[in-house]
Design a protein around this ligand. Structure first.
Ligand SMILES: Cc1ncc(COP(=O)(O)O)c(C=O)c1O
Length: 345
């Protein structure tokens, strides 16, 4: 039986709440204040986010990443549109068809080796504009960090947004791990989103020490008109919004978001370096953020999982995914490696 309290490498979602974030929630837990975001905590948090991105944005707090993706995409599309994404995209494989259900759009996916779209790959779907028998491409959705743990450079993003805008389509970013990407590139959040032409960002904090605190950020305010109605219809309007807001404020104070993400990324690098000492294991993706993907001898996986739970990524080739988080320690890695070593003997 897995010890549920033990830290493992299954997911950054399995980690708890960062102590500073928890403290912020506790500090906001006094008295009554108006619900549904009409409160000083929400105003302060939005002001803090605007200090980072500039005033010309619209921010809406959300419960989860799927809701952010679905409703962000909804604002950019009509039901006859299509959304181009990587085959591995969370919107394509991990959201139970919610993007299709709520936007009515067709998802047009492309196979990639590393989770990243390129213009060449996007072009495959860029045809039949104006032809009524064909869904009309309207959004390119990229994930930063990708689902394979890789990170787009700001130039790579810019190439995609320039191409998209030349063709009058939008670019949505699934930023469930945007903090890890910015830490990896040593960039600000703004430099890899708004400054390189992203139209709408699903801004995730939950994987970076928050508790159910995400946001949709519109970098073009024209696109957010009426979003408040869609958020309510989409069941993402929180009554006790202050407790989401203070998490944003805490993580934006003294760049806490970045320190946390840097730590998680560093732990993934350490884990990968230690794993590389074992020729029986093959790391399959560049380790650019907080995930390590590797092909591991099939027979040892269940035994290793018993001590340190983690997920299979691809059953067909015995590939696993190990994720690190804000609370991963070098000691966790030492114990994991010891276990691995004994199983590989
Ligand atoms: C790339 C990516 N996008 C979005 C999400 C958000 O998912 P959720 O709806 O579970 O918050 C996740 C969570 O695992 C993810 O990995």
């Amino acid at each position: 039986m897995m010890n549920k309290l033990k830290r493992g490498f299954a997911s950054d979602n399995n980690a708890g709440i960062h102590p500073e974030v928890l403290k912020a929630i506790q500090n906001a837990n006094i008295g009554h204040c108006i619900a549904y975001g009409d409160d000083i905590y929400t105003q302060n948090a939005i002001a803090k986010i605007k200090e980072h991105f500039g005033k010309n944005i619209d921010v809406y707090f959300m419960f989860n990443g799927t809701g952010s993706n679905v409703l962000g995409l909804k604002m950019l599309t009509e039901s006859y549109n299509s959304i181009i994404c990587a085959e591995t995209a969370h919107i394509n494989v991990d959201e139970c068809g919610a993007p299709e259900k709520f936007t009515g759009c067709k998802l047009l996916s492309v196979p990639t080796k590393n989770g990243k779209l390129t213009i060449e790959k996007i072009k495959y779907h860029m045809h039949d504009f104006g032809f009524e028998h064909h869904s009309q491409p309207k959004v390119i959705s990229i994930a930063q960090v990708t689902e394979l743990g890789t990170v787009y450079t700001s130039n790579e993003i810019k190439e995609i947004t320039e191409y998209a805008h030349e063709n009058e389509i939008f670019v949505h970013m699934d930023g469930a791990r945007i903090c890890n990407a910015a830490a990896s590139l040593d960039s600000s959040l703004r430099e890899i989103t708004m400054d390189v032409g992203i139209d709408v960002l699903s801004f995730g904090l939950t994987k970076n020490g928050a508790m159910n605190a995400e946001a949709v950020i519109f970098f073009n305010k024209k696109l957010s008109e009426n979003f408040k109605y869609y958020r309510k219809q989409g069941m993402q309007l929180a009554s006790k919004m202050r407790f989401m807001a203070v998490q944003f404020e805490a993580l934006f104070t003294n760049n806490l978001w970045k320190k946390i993400a840097e730590h998680a990324n560093k732990m993934a690098k350490v884990l990968a370096e230690r794993i590389a000492e074992y020729p029986q294991i093959q790391i399959t993706q560049e380790v650019e953020a907080n995930g390590v993907f590797a092909i591991v001898p099939l027979e040892i996986i269940p035994k290793l999982q018993r001590e340190f739970f983690f997920y299979m990524w691809d059953e067909t080739n015995s590939e696993v995914r190990w994720m690190t988080s804000f609370d991963t320690t070098e000691e966790d890695i030492d114990i994991f490696i010891e276990q691995l070593k004994s199983l590989l003997k």
